[in-house]
Ligand binder design. Structure first.
Ligand SMILES: *[C@@H]1O[C@H](CO)[C@@H](O)[C@H](O)[C@H]1NC(C)=O
Ligand SMILES: *[C@@H]1O[C@H](CO)[C@@H](O)[C@H](O)[C@H]1NC(C)=O
Ligand SMILES: *[C@@H]1O[C@H](CO)[C@@H](O)[C@H](O)[C@H]1NC(C)=O
Ligand SMILES: *[C@@H]1O[C@H](CO)[C@@H](O)[C@H](O)[C@H]1NC(C)=O
Ligand SMILES: *[C@@H]1O[C@H](CO)[C@@H](O)[C@H](O)[C@H]1NC(C)=O
Length: 769
């Protein structure tokens, strides 16, 4: 009865609710109104007026200014004009019709692109002594350049951010040290400012409590990236006794500021760095007076006028602030690179010449090289019995679970005192070690499956572990099957330096071509991003309770390569404060190398020859960036012309440029003065124009071309004579298809200008159509 009653009672209510269910649930959106006029000092009054205009605009659609006040989560008031608001679909569609509104896009999540490195880059000699001719000395260690990082915040007590020896904060700094609700945040003369942006995160379901409403970094990512770009030299750093040495930032004398825009992921399929927060951080960082922005975050690329990263970074670059961004970790598949706007500096990741090795000896005297970060060795120097996880399976477990050493799948009676073989995959690598030890193993061999191939990881396991590649895994399984009493030994891990080949491009590093604008090569360059040591969070990790707290930690990703370049950009800013972001980027790109430490072409992680879609112009070479000879410069209007070339209408252009702008007739993107040249559809022939500026002494430069396969390339003129510094010269490059080429395939070459001393190299990328 009761149930029936309930149903009868529910029916009319459901009907009543029906019309409401047509209205979509409220979501948050970014409403973009264009840039603010630049120039004159902005007063509090101006900012209030802008804010009021946002309430009035939205109020006219929602019916009241009061509702607009409830709905708006951010007003962007400095360089970006717009707001973020919680709206339903119909309201979002309505506001998009307003003539003042240039674009409306949903507030979506982006994700993080999860030190030996400076030695490898040629900044110091063996033993960590800084070379007197190093860029560090020449650029005064990045003195007083202000580097901003948009990331997960910062761990302020880290020695990497101590202000010992730093003078007063540069007076042009306008930022703040935003206090947490409960966290008293200690900024200082090194870590000069922090802010956190959580409104876009909260609007999409993120939870921020009084305890975690702070710019403090609970994840470790932001401290790692910021200390790589601008952290102090910190001596005597090691991780479990490995990789002993100093942790160093690229611009160690720089001041740093953290803008926290990334929070724990909202759900499994949604990240924790939201558009509305990212845009707010860009707008504020520009106004705070930062000199370099480092951004190890990204999402799927989209057209520039509806991409918060492209819009936010455009305004920074237009103000002369270089923005360095990670290429993403979705490699090695083609077309996976993100952060592809031509004003961004997009960084791929490659290895260092350092490995953490442990050797596996099998009972039949075969020795294999594995990777390990386990400081402890086996209890005794002798062979131990070997067992596969499948043979060590508990009675109630399945073979497919046991082979992966999942929790509760191993029988301690079978494992005790042995070396256990586990397969990589599905469960965390560290957890497999925990399960092996729980079952009583003395050591573990972690073997890759076919998909993981060559890539092995040094992890801080709780027992001696050697992580081996797929091929060696097959050998171990074959040896195990070949004998009745298989035995093995694992050596203690040790740090091996000067490994060859190095660098090679990391498997995870995202690859070109650029899916938004194929005529712009992306990534732009590669830098160290594998097993990089830098500062970390000192907050305990509830999900990894068996891991000790590490003030310094080893991480891999384009997130790690990006701040290496930000640090070098910081040095160039100190040395040449007047150089444009494009000139800085050109100097770094044209001096990059495409050969490794064997003087052979750089390889990828399968040890095949890599190309410009893997590493852009090549591997960064800091020793040469302060003296590039020539640069390919670009200014604000070059970028606008680029957008004209993409066919942007007047209203789309207004997203980037407030003043009325008339596009030059028939501007071709191929003539956009980028330091690389990409022709995605070559038919018969084409000519592209470039302009170089002499930033060195007077000199005579001669062109030399390494032709892509099936293309005849000529440069006119092929000699450029510069009488003074600052002089500009134009030239064109003609590409002609040779007979019998295969269409649809990309081919690679290079153009070099040289005066005998400087080598100004640009990659050439062509696809025959
Ligand atoms: C803040 O802490 C709460 C409670 O511990 C947790 O649910 C939430 O996910 C945390 N949020 C962030 C942003 O760390
Ligand atoms: C380096 O650290 C170790 C232990 O962590 C300590 O014994 C040693 O004295 C330190 N060396 C220097 C130069 O600080
Ligand atoms: C098997 O049984 C043990 C002991 O009862 C239990 O701890 C474990 O979780 C079980 N494993 C599976 C895969 O069900
Ligand atoms: C040991 O066994 C493996 C697997 O059968 C085999 O590949 C390897 O050649 C053997 N080593 C020696 C020295 O026989
Ligand atoms: C361009 O190439 C096509 C074939 O690829 C050929 O038919 C055509 O004659 C060529 N045009 C010129 C102007 O060379």
């Amino acid at each position: 009865m009761g149930l029936l009653f309930l149903a009868e009672w529910l029916l009319p209510l459901l009907l009543l609710c029906a019309p409401l269910s047509h209205a979509s649930p409220a979501k948050s959106y970014v409403v973009y109104l264009g840039p603010h006029k630049q120039g004159a000092e902005v007063t509090e009054r101006d900012i209030d007026a802008v804010r009021t205009s946002h309430y009035n605009l939205l109020g006219s659609i929602l019916g009241s200014s009061e509702r607009a006040h409830q709905s708006i989560i951010y007003s962007y008031t400095h360089y970006i004009n717009g707001f973020a608001a919680v709206l339903d679909d119909a309201e979002a569609a309505e506001i998009a019709k307003n003539p003042n509104v240039l674009s409306v896009f949903p507030n979506k999540a982006k994700e993080l692109h999860t030190t030996r490195s400076w030695h490898f880059l040629g900044l110091e000699k063996d033993g960590g002594v800084i070379r007197p001719d190093s860029i560090w000395e020449k650029a005064r260690f990045g003195e007083d350049t202000i580097i901003a990082n948009l990331d997960t915040g910062v761990w302020p007590e880290s020695a990497s951010f101590s202000d010992e020896g730093f003078g007063p904060i540069p007076s042009r700094w306008k930022g703040i040290c935003q206090q947490g609700i409960k966290d008293k945040f200690p900024c200082n003369r090194k870590l000069i400012g922090v802010r956190y942006f959580d409104k876009g995160y909260i609007a999409e379901g993120g939870i921020v409590t009084a305890e975690n409403a702070t710019a403090r970094d609970f994840a470790g990512h932001g401290s790692h990236t910021l200390s790589t770009a601008g952290g102090n030299f910190v001596h005597n750093v090691s991780i479990y006794g490995f990789a002993k040495g100093s942790a160093k930032g690229g611009s160690p004398s720089a001041r740093v500021a953290a803008y926290k825009v990334c929070w724990p992921p909202v759900s499994e399929d949604q990240g924790g760095c939201f558009d509305a927060d990212i845009l707010a951080a860009f707008d504020t960082a520009i106004a705070d007076g930062v000199d370099v922005i480092s951004f190890s975050v990204g999402g799927d690329p989209s057209e520039f006028f509806s991409d918060s990263i492209a819009i936010g970074s455009f305004h920074a670059v237009a103000k002369g602030i270089p923005v360095v961004a990670s290429a993403s970790n979705s490699g090695p598949k083609a077309g996976t690179v993100t952060n592809v706007a031509p004003w961004l500096f997009t960084i791929a990741a490659s290895t260092l010449d350092r490995e953490f090795r442990s050797y596996v000896a099998l009972g039949n005297r075969t020795h294999l090289v594995g990777t390990s970060f386990s400081a402890r060795g086996l209890p005794a120097e002798k062979f131990y019995p070997l067992i596969t996880a499948v043979d060590a399976k508990a009675a109630n477990a399945t073979i497919t679970d046991a082979i992966l050493c999942k929790p509760g799948t191993l029988d301690p009676n079978k494992v005790k005192g042995k070396i256990l073989i586990c397969l990589r995959g599905l469960t965390p690598r560290l957890d497999k070690g925990v399960q092996a030890r729980k079952a009583g193993a003395v050591g573990m061999i972690l073997a890759n499956d076919e998909a993981d191939g060559e890539e092995t990881k040094p992890d801080p396991h709780v027992l001696p572990v050697s992580h081996i590649n797929y091929r060696d895994g097959l050998t171990v399984y074959a040896y195990y099957a070949s004998t009745r009493s298989p035995v093995a030994y694992i050596t203690r891990a040790r740090t091996v330096l000067d490994t060859k080949p190095a660098p090679f491009v990391a498997k995870f590093s995202s690859r070109g071509p650029n899916t938004i604008e194929p005529a712009i090569l992306k990534p732009d360059i590669t830098a160290p991003g594998v097993d990089v040591i830098a500062a970390y969070t000192e907050a305990p990790d509830p999900e990894q309770p068996y891991e000790p707290i590490l003030p310094y930690n080893l991480l891999s990703g384009t997130s790690m390569s990006c701040p290496h370049v930000s640090g070098i950009v910081g040095l160039i800013r100190t040395a040449y404060p007047k150089w444009s972001p494009a000139a800085i980027k050109s100097a770094i790109m044209t001096t990059a190398v495409s050969r490794d430490n064997r003087k052979l072409p750089i390889l990828d992680s399968s040890f095949k020859k890599a190309n410009a879609f893997d590493y852009g112009a090549g591997h960064i070479r800091p020793s040469h960036v302060l003296d590039p000879g020539l640069v390919y410069d670009l200014g604000r209007y070059d970028y606008i012309n680029f957008l004209c070339g993409r066919g942007y209408t007047t209203s789309m252009i207004r997203v980037f440029e407030d003043e009325p702008y008339t596009c030059p007739p028939k501007f071709s993107i191929s003539n956009f003065n980028y330091p690389s040249i990409t022709i995605p559809g070559l038919r018969n022939w084409t000519a592209v124009y470039r302009r170089v500026t002499n930033v060195g002494p007077p000199g005579k430069y001669v062109a030399r071309v390494d032709e892509p396969e099936g293309v005849a390339v000529s440069v006119r003129p092929s000699v450029l004579v510069f009488k003074e510094t600052g002089e500009e010269k134009e030239f064109n490059v003609v590409f002609k298809t040779k007979a019998g080429v295969r269409t649809g395939e990309y081919v690679y070459g290079s153009l070099v200008w040289s005066d005998g001393k400087h080598i100004v190299r640009s990659p050439l990328v062509v696809r025959h159509q």
